[in-house]
Design a protein around this ligand. Sequence first.
Ligand SMILES: Cc1cc2c(cc1C)N(C[C@H](O)[C@H](O)[C@H](O)COP(=O)(O)OP(=O)(O)OC[C@H]1O[C@@H](n3cnc4c(N)ncnc43)[C@H](O)[C@@H]1O)c1[nH]c(=O)[nH]c(=O)c1N2
Ligand SMILES: O=C(O)C(=O)Cc1ccccc1
Ligand SMILES: [Mn+2]
Length: 470
Amino acid sequence: FKRYKSISPSIDKLHSELSAIVGKKNAVSSLAAREHHNHDESHHTGGSPAIVVWPNSVQEVSEVARACYLNSVPMIPFGTGTGLEGGVIPKTESVTVNLTNMDAISDLNIEDFDVRVQPGVTRKALNREIRNTGLWFPVDPGADASICGMVATGASGTNAVRYGTIKHNVLNLEVVLADGTILNTGGSKRRCRKSSAGYNLTELFIGSEGTLGFITSATVRLHGMPESTLSAVCSFPSVQDAVNTSIQVLQYSIPIARIEFLDNVAIKAVNNFSKLENKIAPTLFLEFHGSEAGAKEQVNQVAEIAAANGGTQFKWAETVEERSKLWQARHDTFYALLALKPGNKGYSTDVCVPISQLPAAIEHSLSIVEKYGILCGIAGHVGDGNYHCLLMLDSDNESEVLRAKMAAEEIGRKAIFLGGSCTGEHGIGIGKRELLKEEVGLETLNVMKGIKNVLDPRNLMNPFKGLPEI
Ligand SMILES: Cc1cc2c(cc1C)N(C[C@H](O)[C@H](O)[C@H](O)COP(=O)(O)OP(=O)(O)OC[C@H]1O[C@@H](n3cnc4c(N)ncnc43)[C@H](O)[C@@H]1O)c1[nH]c(=O)[nH]c(=O)c1N2
Ligand SMILES: O=C(O)C(=O)Cc1ccccc1
Ligand SMILES: [Mn+2]
């Protein structure tokens, strides 16, 4: 294989220093390693890292950070690379720190419903490990992402309407700062449900996208498995009818576990990709958790609301297999949509609005994609007011790339206008830095920059991501 030819001699010096810390085979500049770490699952592109390192412990992460810090070389934390905002893509000559070798699950406290995971632990791996405890970890982005990566992006998924996002499920974080300092955001060994002690540094790191430091372990909450789980699909005459149903379900405070919207394009894509036979119509995928009687009561209430909005009778996923096929199809919607136009890339939007504004926001998004002539499928965690338009684009078609970018920006801007956010769960990454400014305002942005400056004064942690330029 070809070795990386550094543009600065300091990279070669740093490479030997890193090899001394993590071992030669864990500090690599081969083309394969560099290419493996030059993309995520988004349409974003950029460069490759100069060196990739695989530390095996928090001490090694700290020493790696210290070496990069002293050599003034940028660092990029890398989880499972499933991000949708280009967060792991180098924009400058950098060292990528792949944290997946650190994959311990420890401190499982069944009575307290909590556990500690290192960055190599994915949400599925954790759930496999604890399957016999009667507990589970509910935060479920479509991909089998690392839990620490989910913390870094402020992720959520289909269960958030009932169980919260990652933010509501983190109790403490161990982090390594750019200069190698190791700290616990809530204090060493803290794992209580509540604390009013000092500033909330745990939340500061949630959604920090690798720009403040490395998350080297997360203490997260677990939940009891429900006694009864019922899943169903319901289709509606219009997008508005489906969305109104989800708003009313929330207004009645029905503790629904999952309420996911797919538009016609997404349903067609999912049918093809996952071999399902749903009616091509605006659709809700639903799930109810509770005692047997409790789940049934929720079903009756939601069925009544759906019927009042013109919804069809529920089509039930009867068996465990059918149920997991249904939710796997929902989790694969991104790839199902991409498969509609092979060779195309998907530009995903991720707006989140107050639920009362969902109908206006979705209607506006549909008018924007029509205006720009972009093929788009919509999938949404409508119970949270969060939905994604996947804008399909041929990356060789300059006009289409530009039109998709403009459409995504207008969709984000409208959400901000409606009191919402340009990103509910994917993060700012490379593409939404200007929207962040519009969303939070200059004063707030300046405080963010001040915090960044204190934690990372040399701007070495994942530069050109998250925040607009300092
Ligand atoms: C098909 C499909 C479906 C979905 C999604 C992706 C795909 C491909 N996602 C997006 C993605 O799974 C989500 O953003 C994950 O949180 C990313 O976790 P990774 O470990 O892959 O982070 P990845 O390695 O991609 O990194 C993402 C960002 O976090 C930083 N980072 C990663 N690990 C870190 C660590 N230990 N310390 C510090 N920084 C770190 C990186 O530097 C980067 O900026 C998603 N998301 C979502 O919220 N809801 C959803 O429904 C979906 N659905
Ligand atoms: O499936 C999801 O919820 C995602 O976040 C990924 C995605 C993005 C855009 C369209 C469909 C799915
Ligand atoms: Mn999503």
